[in-house]
Design a protein around this ligand. Sequence first.
Ligand code: AMP
Length: 484
Amino acid sequence: MCGFIGIAAQPGTDVSAEIYDGLISLQHRGQDAAGILSLDGAFHLRKQNGMVRDIFSPEDMARLKGNIAIGHVRYPTVGAGGEEDSQPFYINFPFGVGMAHNGNLTNFLDLKGRLFPQENICLQTSCDLEAILYAFARAFQGTEDVAPLRDRFRAAVEGVFQRSLGAYSVVGILGEGALFAFRDPTGIKPLVIGRRDTPSGPEWAAASESVALDLLGFERVKDLANGESFLVTPGQDPEFVSMREEPHRPCVFELVYFARPDSMLDGLSVYKTRRRFGETLAKQWIETDGPQADVIIPIPDSSRDAALSMANFMGLPYREGFIKNRYVGRTFIMPDQEARQTSIRRKLNPIPLEFEGKDVLLVDDSIVRGNTSRKIIQVARKAGARKVYFATTSPPLRAPCPYGIDMATRQELVARDRSVEQIRREIDADHLIYLDIERMIDAAKVGNPDIEDFCAGCFTGTYPTTEAKAHLAAIEEERLAAQA
Ligand code: AMP
């Protein structure tokens, strides 16, 4: 999972500082590496592993000139995650194009190992964006130089669609002075377009989440549809072209965990959706005769909105019983179980007052490996809870994600082949409930009935694109080999 933003402003302005601010607002989508690419006739690039705030010096920002720029934050999925894999990427020959993306190509290994070598293209990195860049460049180059830019761009996106399988939302710059974006034919990853009016004319932006647009004063114009492209040259009207008719399957896990609650994704308010998940879970708890709790306590941060509406619906007090230290890094990426357990404890400290002598209902957005829930339940008991019940605002995660959400391999998922009762025992809860999949999907659809369905592959093991399973098997093999 990654995040990006691109801006095309009126000539004579520099937009990199705004890209920087946009990236800070998208930092939750990836803390591994970040980069900015700008264009003022020539490309200027700065990228590195690390957090946005640590990468760009005042000198870098002064160098990143131009009225068109894109920025990226990376969350590693495929590949070693080295410096050379950080984005954006650009090439100057046979013409200038730069790109950043969010997603995963499920046929990347085939493209890299077989298809591109047949055309004498040797990919240098283990980042699948490079394959998209070359597929785009190949098709762009194949068109007549004299053809209008729009036609060449469309042919280039078509070239990407023909070769790339999986999930990818892309933002980019054409050296001729244009900003572009496109979304894969299934539309799994989000991509929103915004516009702001200035005295010298309209300016345009494309981003992973609308929060980045809000903060920079852009109005949300639309979410790109699946298989749709966007191209704008400052001073001209933008072009939106719908290039595919496949069903749209946005990722439901964005709504559960990944996106910021103040974002709108495909016309859905993340905040309202999480509130609806909470209410639906409350109904399910009551219908299934869940035990009576004294208090509802969220596991910060992403379950708060759902826990609050669950508490309202059930008429129970809502209390912040855990305080999170936001300066502890992600527990998810720690190398082994023991390190993860220790750092979960350091990250979340209880307020015993909220636990002593009470039957507490803890609410989290998901259970992945089960480390967080197991540890937190222990902490709650130690803090004096009498009974510890656990509810999650999503169904059991039974299968990995081939599209870029790093959720561990199948073996590591606590729910992979266990019943809910077995998981309850694993995490040592007195009662456990998962939000039912149909109820979750229905609750998400309420916000935008135009969405017929979501990608819920991590819950069902059924994926909306071909090659996904083969790709997962290859990743699993790579990870097991690395651990051996
Ligand atoms: P675990 O200890 O593996 O069960 O972790 C579950 C916790 O990780 C939940 O509290 C989620 O909020 C969080 N989480 C879920 N998915 C991800 C992800 N892809 N990356 C990082 N954290 C996640």
